[in-house]
Ligand binder design. Structure first.
Ligand SMILES: [Zn+2]
Length: 377
């Protein structure tokens, strides 16, 4: 396999960058108070980091599920992504009105408020970094999808729809920690919204439709309860996160954790240049992605693997092929190769097989054969 072109992938490959812990002079970089543990400074866990980066580059990979015990850096990695977030164009309106919609479909494509703004030459969109939204563990369905504003209902005897977390998550990364402990109705609502890119809330006579082009990341500790296979299948990439096995990596991880605790700002500053370069590479990869195509036979080979592994779900090949395109884009190439496919395939294909479905389908095929025998006699 050839060396990656991108700086970011090179950092992922050589994850023990020991010189990073050498003391550097403390400089005031004007960092925010919540100096997060830098994503790039996490030791090991290459597959987890890669899956998260691919999901930032291409929403069509369909989200990431991180499966592993506590204390393996899942939440730290997800929160560290904030510093690598690409820039997006966001609508200033809850209905998602944009100048692009007017240009493509005319003034009727936007709401009346935005039509007025547009006529006055006011902007409908703003450019800003993608955000991380963490779903609170005790969220209720109405907190997530939106519902009746209870305060206004009581005080003013009026029915007003209140926006839910999902409506704020459009184009942002929605992180669901302990996804296996979440109520099925809530997780289904989130997965449906993510898959369709929009969702509608109906409460009595009131209805509202919001855009929800989410980048979804879920994490779970399998010791605390299983995730139903149907739900698990709806996440694109799955990574089984284990504790580090190499003692020297473990030691390095410990040293970095201590260095960070002693002086978070200084620690973050050491990674600042790499972080900035990586952010630019992710942005560039997103812009390159629409132009990335496959080398001959890559798609056919991917489909053959899916068939040989007896995977029924079409999400397997969609995720795998889209992740290969994202990987090529991240490596500054316009062609996704078989090597790219091999790198992303385990994340896309694992935990897709279902003994129940395989048996069920085999029985159905047998019975179909009997039927055709009977009716052709
Ligand atoms: Zn609007």
């Amino acid at each position: 396999m050839t060396a990656p072109k991108s700086h970011l992938l090179e950092i992922l490959r050589q994850y023990s960058v020991a010189q990073k812990v050498i003391s550097t002079p403390l400089t005031d970089n004007g960092l925010a108070d919540d100096a997060r543990f830098p994503f790039l400074s996490l030791v090991g866990q290459t597959e987890m980091k890669l899956a998260l980066l691919l999901s930032l580059v291409n929403r069509n990979v369909g989200g990431v599920l991180l499966i592993g015990p506590r204390g393996t850096g899942k939440t730290t990695a997800v929160r560290g992504l904030v510093e690598l977030m690409p820039t997006i164009t966001r609508s200033l309106c809850p209905y998602g009105c944009t100048e692009a919609a007017v240009e493509a479909l005319g003034i009727d494509a936007i709401c009346t408020d935005c039509a007025k703004k547009y006529a006055n030459g006011e902007p409908l969109t703003a450019t800003e970094p993608m955000r991380l939204i963490e779903l609170p563990l005790n969220s209720r369905l109405e907190d997530v999808v939106g519902g009746i504003n209870e305060r206004i209902a009581i005080e003013q005897q009026k029915v007003q729809l209140q926006r839910g977390i999902l409506s704020y998550a459009d184009q942002n990364l929605l992180y669901i920690d302990e996804v296996n402990l979440l109520d099925d109705a809530i997780i289904n609502a989130i997965l449906d919204a993510a898959a369709q890119g929009m969702f509608t809330v109906r409460r009595g006579p009131m209805t509202a439709t919001y855009q929800s082009r989410l980048f979804l990341v879920g994490s779970m500790n399998p010791e605390e309860g299983k995730l139903r296979p149907q739900i698990q299948d709806r996440f694109g990439l799955r990574v089984v996160v284990r504790g580090l096995t190499d003692p020297s990596n473990r030691l390095e991880a410990y040293r970095r954790a201590v260095a960070y605790q002693q002086n978070p700002h200084q620690f973050v500053a050491r990674w600042q240049a790499d972080t900035e370069q990586a952010t630019a590479e992710i942005q560039a990869a997103r812009e390159r992605l629409p132009h990335v195509t496959f080398a001959p036979d890559v798609e056919k080979t991917g489909l053959r693997w899916v068939q040989e592994l007896h995977i029924e779900s079409h999400r397997a090949e969609i995720t795998m092929l889209e992740a290969a395109r994202a990987y090529a884009a991240l490596d500054e190439r316009d062609t996704a190769t078989l090597d790219d496919l091999r790198i992303v395939a385990p994340m896309a294909l694992r935990q897709r097989e279902s003994a129940f479905i395989t048996d069920y389908m085999a029985k159905e095929s047998d019975y179909d054969r009997q039927i055709s025998e009977v009716i052709s006699r």
